[in-house]
Ligand binder design. Structure first.
Ligand code: MET
Ligand SMILES: [Zn+2]
Ligand SMILES: [Zn+2]
Length: 420
């Protein structure tokens, strides 16, 4: 009884949540050694730690299948979390406090440490029921997703270790569903970091003159805001989901001598800059977006310049948008859907994810990936204060993964069945 109290699915989840994996100093070493200890306690799971960028370890766990010639199943989860502001939380963000209501409070409870532990718990249960997978099941626990994945998943998918996995289908994180149906994501939006900069003649703070850096930048901010509104209107009118339009949100403004100390307030600066988080839909024409930025948002006639940092790929290796088919043409989709419905659960219409995940790097290789986090009747709290997950929702998710992992790992396409 004592052991059960101290070691059960909830306490094992809490222990993972208590490891501080927040940027800028995520404790990858502790997270990985904890996950290895969990894999060891399950038994029959191989582990390998890879390091593609210094100080950025990646853990690969493998539950070997009985037929290693078949493409494998990959379950991905990132190790890192975004920072939290502890003073704004009801419970410390790395306490993993379990309240009397059943909620578990922690940064990472939804995004996305839940799925890593749920994958493992599902395998633990399947193994103790004597289930043996046909296809190998791999779990990748990757660093640095929250800062773009360049030093994590992006390097991993280009490695010989990844190629050797021969992945046929992958699951990655999704997002909570406030309603009674699970959500599933077939694509992500594409993040661009945009900086626009204006230069102009400096001048006395009392003078009205044309073409100051501030005036130019403010004109641009207005134009960007109008574009933002045009997109938001479509959402508000119910014509599109958030994830089906282009979003642009200002994330910083930088200008002026006054910005440094606030004392000198009589100088109009010679440079002014704004930064935006821009998210394209998977089918947005990137060239058209660039033309808009160059001609309307940062035109040289207003002495403006811009810099776009594309955070990851836009098209796959064949030049197609990074989208996974969710129709009969994709047998994995049918297996996925069936595995969910067989647990008595419902799936809502497949969506594009408004944010962005490491799934884009795997899709770029031409591998089908679905974004899925089994959290329903749950408020969407990723990156928010008081991120939490209900214990019953977490436990239900383990059973959903048992169904998914057993179905996906034993799936044999019709064309192969005859030969066998
Ligand atoms: C900018 S790369 C993606 C980081 C994070 N997952 C986001 O969507 O914002
Ligand atoms: Zn995430
Ligand atoms: Zn996140």
């Amino acid at each position: 009884i004592h052991e059960k109290q101290n070691d059960n699915p909830i306490t094992r989840f809490q222990r993972y949540l208590q490891i501080n994996t927040a940027h800028p100093t995520p404790d990858y070493t502790a997270a990985i050694s904890y996950l290895i200890s969990q894999a060891n306690s399950i038994g029959g799971i191989l582990h390998k730690t890879l390091e593609f960028s210094p100080g950025k370890p990646l853990l690969l766990l493998t539950w070997p299948g009985s037929d290693s010639s078949l493409p494998s199943i990959l379950l991905n989860s990132h190790l890192d979390s975004v920072p939290a502001e502890p003073s704004k939380w009801l419970h410390p963000p790395f306490s993993a406090t379990h309240t009397s209501d059943g909620d578990i409070f922690a940064r990472g409870a939804q995004d996305d440490k839940c799925i890593a532990m749920q994958y493992l718990e599902a395998i633990r249960n399947l193994r103790s029921n004597g289930f043996v997978p046909v296809r190998s099941v791999h779990i990748s626990l990757v660093p640095d997703e929250e800062i773009g994945g360049f030093t994590g998943a992006a390097k991993f998918v280009e490695s010989k270790e990844f190629e050797e996995l021969n992945v046929g289908f992958a699951l990655d994180e999704g997002q909570a569903s406030p309603g009674d149906q699970f959500r599933v994501f077939y694509s992500d939006r594409i993040p661009w970091n945009l900086k626009i900069k204006a230069v102009g003649r400096p001048g006395h703070g009392s003078t009205l003159y044309d073409g100051s850096a501030m005036e130019s930048l403010m004109k641009s901010v207005e134009i960007v805001s109008r574009f933002r509104e045009s997109q938001f209107e479509l959402v508000k009118a119910g014509k599109a989901l958030n994830s089906e339009v282009v979003s642009v949100n200002p994330v910083y403004l930088k200008a002026g001598v006054a910005a440094q100390d606030g004392f000198v307030m009589n100088v109009q600066p010679s440079e002014a800059e704004a930064g935006f988080d821009l998210r394209l839909t998977p089918t947005t024409d990137p060239e058209e977006m660039k033309r808009r930025i160059a001609t309307e948002w940062a035109p040289p006639v207003r002495n403006m310049s811009y810099e776009i940092t594309e955070k990851g790929p836009i098209r796959d290796y064949l030049g197609r948008p990074l989208m996974t088919a969710t129709n009969d043409s994709n047998p994995w989709w049918l297996v996925f859907k069936q595995a969910i419905t067989s647990t008595g659960e419902k799936l809502s219409r497949p969506e594009i994810l408004a944010s962005t995940t490491d799934a884009r790097y795997i899709r770029q290789k031409g591998i089908p990936v679905l974004g899925f986090s089994p959290m329903k009747n749950t408020p969407i709290l990723l990156h928010d204060h008081n991120e939490h997950l209900r214990d019953t929702v977490y436990l239900k998710g383990i059973h959903v993964y048992e169904s998914l992992i057993s179905s996906l790992s034993s799936f044999i396409p019709r064309s192969c069945r005859q030969v066998r």
